[in-house]
Write a protein that binds this ligand. Structure first.
Ligand SMILES: *Cc1c(COP(=O)(O)O)cnc(C)c1O
Length: 414
């Protein structure tokens, strides 16, 4: 029976290859770290979400071992049947403390958390208002809910509807969407946004979003996956950076990036919302518990980050240093403060190929970075997305800058 589909898929896969859209995996033969082994060769890694350098941190590895020894490998159960251990409750408590929220519920991933969060809360008579550049998992989560949906132009707070020159389509600002949701008589409204957008490293205007939420009686849901652990003075997230911790109703985040990088995620926020999730969230009710080793190491991670801001401070310094040197060298860098540092190639002819060639040359020079082209980013916004880490030492940053300048001159980019 597979014959017809086999033929179809073979053709489609070949088309992907021809369009250079086929996703090839690069095999790493070492733990995740500042220095990794790729095809037998040691290279500096500048493209992981290992923001705090905790992915292979000895204390986390030790904590994972201890949890494995004391609580076993797996639970073979969902949480509410016989899959909740003391350490799961401890992590939920510690996460609430860390984020400054009332309660937290764990999921196997943030993808699951975002898939879970909307459907039990928002029905036909409700409104979900979502940034056009939100993460795929938020988009999917919203699809699962029966609520009405408004999409606002990325980070556009205005009460307007106008043609977006980038797409030629009509696009609305957030305030216009809120007004329309009010006019439609929606019962509950929620504004959903990434707090940091992963392609540009830009930060949602959470202060303005909270002001609008208040004006139009809406809840605020943020996904802090690219900020938990290091954004804000003590690394609690973008909600700390803006000083609006008490104005956010729902936070989702991942343990798979800065917070140890293994897997797992959570929904955190108002007590009644989390309680409702424990009763209604489908990935919580019908999917297995987070493994004890991951839970034990993530608890340790939060302890390390609560005891000292050393790692997030180092990350901030590394980021400033890299962004400054690259800007001075003449690269086209999207401005900002986030360790995601996009180096843009759009102003050069044949920018897609140039970005790919550039990344390949960098790998030959011992620096692992990745090029992003259409359809991952809009046409003409081709880039190399560098991600800085607290695992990088000063000399690693210097080395990367030196190689960027070398290859930049070689390829006529600077
Ligand atoms: C990475 C990411 C996720 C997915 O997190 P996982 O725990 O890996 O599933 C969700 N949302 C955002 C914004 C992300 O960047």
């Amino acid at each position: 029976m597979f014959g017809k589909m086999k033929e179809f898929l073979q053709k489609e896969l070949q088309a992907l290859e021809e369009q250079k859209l086929y996703k090839h995996e690069r095999i790493i033969e070492s733990p995740q770290a500042a220095k990794i082994i790729v095809r037998g060769k040691e290279v500096l890694n500048f493209c992981a979400n290992n923001y705090l350098g905790l992915s292979s941190h000895p204390e986390l590895v030790k904590a994972a071992h201890e949890a494995l020894d004391r609580r076993g490998f797996g639970l073979s159960s969902v949480r509410f049947i016989c899959g909740t251990q003391d350490i799961h409750k401890e992590l939920e408590r510690k996460m609430s403390e860390f984020l400054g929220t009332e309660d937290t519920i764990l999921f196997s991933s943030c993808f699951d958390a975002n898939g879970a969060v909307f459907e039990p809360l928002f029905q036909e008579e409700d409104a979900i208002i979502t940034d056009a550049l939100n993460h795929a998992s938020i988009i999917d989560g919203i699809r699962l809910a029966k609520a009405k949906r408004w999409i606002y132009k990325h980070s556009d707070m205005r009460d307007v509807e106008e043609e977006d020159p980038a797409t030629g389509k009509m696009a609305k600002g957030l305030e216009r969407c809120l007004k329309e949701a009010n006019e439609a008589g929606c019962r509950f409204k929620v504004i959903a946004t990434d707090s940091v957008f992963s392609m540009d490293g830009d930060i949602a205007k959470l202060d303005k979003i909270c002001d609008l939420a208040e004006k139009y009686d809406a809840l605020v849901m943020i996904d802090e996956s690219h900020s938990s652990g290091f954004m804000g003075k003590t690394g609690r997230g973008v909600h700390e950076l803006y000083g609006i911790m008490d104005r956010i109703d729902i936070i989702t985040t991942t343990f798979g990036k800065a917070l140890g990088g293994a897997s797992g995620g959570c929904i955190s926020g108002r007590k009644e919302i989390i309680d409702w999730m424990r009763n209604k969230a489908r990935p919580y009710l019908f999917s297995n518990t987070v493994a004890p080793a991951v839970v034990g190491a993530t608890i340790k991670c939060l302890e390390i980050l609560t005891a000292s801001t050393e790692l997030r401070d180092k990350l901030e310094e590394n980021t400033k240093k890299f962004r400054k040197a690259m800007t001075e060298a003449g690269f086209d860098i999207l401005p900002g403060i986030h360790p995601i540092t996009p180096i843009m190639f759009g102003k050069y002819p044949n920018c897609s190929q140039l970005a790919v060639d550039f990344a390949n040359r960098m790998l030959e020079e011992g620096v692992y970075v990745v090029a992003f082209s259409f359809p991952v980013v809009p046409r003409g916004k081709d880039r190399i997305r560098v991600q800085i880490s607290a695992a990088h030492e000063s000399e690693h940053i210097d080395f990367a800058i030196e190689k960027f300048i070398k290859v930049g001159k070689e390829l006529g980019v600077i």
